[in-house]
Ligand binder design. Sequence first.
Ligand SMILES: CC(C)(COP(=O)(O)OP(=O)(O)OC[C@H]1O[C@@H](n2cnc3c(N)ncnc32)[C@H](O)[C@@H]1OP(=O)(O)O)[C@@H](O)C(=O)NCCC(=O)NCCS
Length: 157
Amino acid sequence: MTVTIRRATPEQAVRLTQIAHSAKSYWGYPSQWIELWRNQLTITPDFVRSNEVYAAIDADGVVLGFYALGGEGVKRTLEHLWVQPSSFGAGVGRQLFEHAMARAHELGARIVEIESDPYAEGFYQRMGAETIGEVTYELEGLPRILPLMAYYLNNDL
Ligand SMILES: CC(C)(COP(=O)(O)OP(=O)(O)OC[C@H]1O[C@@H](n2cnc3c(N)ncnc32)[C@H](O)[C@@H]1OP(=O)(O)O)[C@@H](O)C(=O)NCCC(=O)NCCS
């Protein structure tokens, strides 16, 4: 499915939050974990106003996914990339990823780092990102290890 990718607006923050929650929940994490991640998964109008947030929109104007770029200068980070579960597998994630890398390149980045959900590592590898390490967080007293990935930008984009 071909989508249009546009800069997100503060008015879309509620919809983006809803997508982030439903996409994360798709992996079957316990609801108390989703609750612990509530802040991370909440997209505020202010966040949209002050960050590089882009939304994928279908022909009916429905937002199907979004991404946010963080960082600055030559090193950017992919802070969010979520697709609504009913649209998984339709190429929306790929279009968002490619847009994000093109945008990072336009902003002068040479590398984009991603702390991936373990279930999304295969997607990012498919997109050409490499696993370069891991990041460990504590969750309910236990270590949670996330793959740290990198996408290297060149001038061919
Ligand atoms: C991961 C995610 C963004 C992928 O989006 P999507 O729209 O389903 O992906 P696409 O349809 O564009 O898939 C592009 C390619 O990646 C592959 N792919 C998609 N998800 C994959 C996964 N989890 N593991 C391995 N490969 C995957 C597809 O098979 C497709 O391959 P192809 O090039 O051979 O056709 C989406 O599933 C999602 O939002 N997941 C939940 C939230 C999440 O974990 N986001 C990442 C936060 S770090």
